[in-house]
Design a protein around this ligand. Sequence first.
Ligand SMILES: Nc1ncnc2c1ncn2[C@@H]1O[C@H](COP(=O)(O)OP(=O)(O)OP(=O)(O)O)[C@@H](O)[C@H]1O
Ligand SMILES: [Mg+2]
Length: 254
Amino acid sequence: MFPVPGKLEIKNLAVEVGGVRVLHNIHLTVPPGEVHVLVGPNGSGKTSLLATIAGYPQYRVVSGSISYDGTDLLPLGLTERARLGIGLLEQRPPTINGVKLRLLLDYIGGDDPERKRFIEDLIKETDHAHLVDRNIHEDLSGGEIKKAGLLLLLARQPHFAMMDEPDSGVDMDSITLLCQLMNRLLSPEREHPAKRRTGLIITHSDVILGRVSTDKAHVMIDGRVLCGGNPRIIMKKIRESGFDSCVDCLHQGE
Ligand SMILES: Nc1ncnc2c1ncn2[C@@H]1O[C@H](COP(=O)(O)OP(=O)(O)OP(=O)(O)O)[C@@H](O)[C@H]1O
Ligand SMILES: [Mg+2]
């Protein structure tokens, strides 16, 4: 079941949603097996970027390209991209009334005994049995929604895993479990922790960075990826001086 880590490559991407240009001239590469972090102020376009990669049709690509493992994603719809192994834990996963989480997990397990066993073990180990008989995300607390969403993402075993603020609204005790799940997703072979899935995580805090190994952070402001570098150094700088320091730092380089 080990995934095939591929390279995500975005070139010169511009995107409109609701008739408004939200992403401008984005260049971003996540090499195979690396996990990158996307940070930026509210409304800067982080979720829009992940939704565009996943293939949500309301995000209209005006120019540029997105490829994964050499495959051009733009001609592919949401479902085809999911089949290719592109996975997303959404910032606000939708409620699906009348569909229990168990039904979706059974569907994901399909006829594959190994995957079915993996999903059952996952439910037991994470103590999530109480969530699987609930309708998907309906009346779940904020933290439970993130846990259920991450369980679904893990069950799918995507080749490329995107997570949009997996830690927001999650209490400090549950963060431990959440980070364990994230590590399990990103480093699926316990004996070979260096064998990693390709990933892209949005977060506003550095809680995850202390517990999940990440390779690079990118700063997004006003729909543009301004710079990238060591995640801990970038988060420290932002914590101390805010996002304005990123703009200043960039201008110094001009
Ligand atoms: N469907 C839509 N219709 C109109 N505007 C939209 C739509 N989706 C997003 N936007 C706008 O695009 C901009 C970027 O939103 P986005 O959700 O990508 O920001 P974000 O960086 O994820 O912010 P946050 O940190 O608050 O989650 C915002 O101004 C938002 O209002
Ligand atoms: Mg967002």
